[in-house]
Design a protein around this ligand. Structure first.
Ligand code: G3P
Ligand code: CA
Length: 275
């Protein structure tokens, strides 16, 4: 298992007690290692947040996978983006109104229809079974914007621990209370604040909450923003980065991570930049 990570613009060594100890700067190591995260798996070509999309993202050579976690009526951690089931499954109602068995009966192929057969809504457990022996970082987004899903942070952490994955997890949420709660439970797991607003003093705010990263929508990420983040020693993981020119720009700026629907494109750009 790799024991190097890039964090706060530093090359970091993982240890038993903390997974991030900074040693040398990225420049000193002459590395360009913007993490290539597959957004909802390889969602540009396969049904988002399905096992197929996760498997294909790994095949495509991503460094990490971003996924969205909610809770079923009977308390299971499930991976699905929208709170409403309509767009991806065609069913009415909300995720939390259905048991796991009922959710599993649905087809989450969404806009891909029958192209890839039936694709179930995966559980977080099924996903962890897939990645437990792989060098993949998982960005678990806690989807607690509409339903705060009380206790989701604890449940997610206990499943992370069951699989011994603390060193390969990043957590993010638009609900910053969720991030604070998670950080209290597991301070060593890197956490990011998802943001769509141009918040004044974003980095001071992130630091005040104990966050390690900001996860802004890509429109906010200007060169000035990147410099300010570096000064404040806050990492940036931005989304949704699909276009080659955006991927290239963000990699040249050495962002910590980009989260996009086409991990194959990001890998190609990364190879070109590293030549
Ligand atoms: O985590 C990055 C991105 O996924 C956040 O937005 O709406 O795609 O979950 P959304
Ligand atoms: Ca997400």
């Amino acid at each position: 298992m790799k024991d190097l990570k890039i964090f706060h613009n530093q090359v970091c060594v993982c240890t038993a007690t903390t997974n991030l100890i900074c040693t040398k700067s990225r420049a000193e190591m002459r590395l360009n290692m913007t993490w290539n995260f597959a957004h909802r798996g390889f969602s540009g070509k396969y049904p988002e947040n399905t096992m197929l999309a996760f498997e294909k993202a790994i095949e495509a050579g991503c460094d990490g996978i971003e996924l969205d976690v909610q809770i079923s009526k009977d308390g299971e951690l499930v991976i699905i983006h929208d709170e409403r089931l309509k767009r991806t499954t065609g069913n009415s109602g909300f995720v939390w109104e259905y048991t796991l068995k009922e959710l599993k009966a649905m087809d989450a192929s969404g806009k891909f229809g029958d192209t890839f057969g039936k694709n179930e809504i995966p559980t977080l457990r099924e996903y962890f079974e897939l990645v437990k022996d792989k060098e993949i970082i998982t960005n678990v987004e806690l989807k607690t914007g509409r339903n705060p899903y009380p206790g989701i942070e604890k449940r997610a952490l206990s499943m992370i621990d069951e699989y011994g994955l603390r060193k390969r997890i990043w957590v993010s949420s638009f609900n910053h209370y969720s991030v604070v709660r998670f950080k209290e439970l597991a301070p060593e797991i890197p956490c990011g604040l998802l943001e769509e607003s141009w918040i004044v003093g974003m980095f001071e705010y992130a630091k005040s909450l104990g966050a390690d990263f900001v996860h802004p929508t890509r429109y906010i990420v200007t060169e000035e923003f990147v410099h300010e983040a570096a000064d404040q020693r806050i990492g940036i993981n931005t989304w949704t980065v699909n276009e080659i020119e955006d991927i290239k720009r963000f990699m040249e700026w050495e962002l910590h991570g980009i989260i996009g629907n086409y991990p194959d494109r990001a890998l190609e750009v990364k190879k070109q930049i590293q030549v």
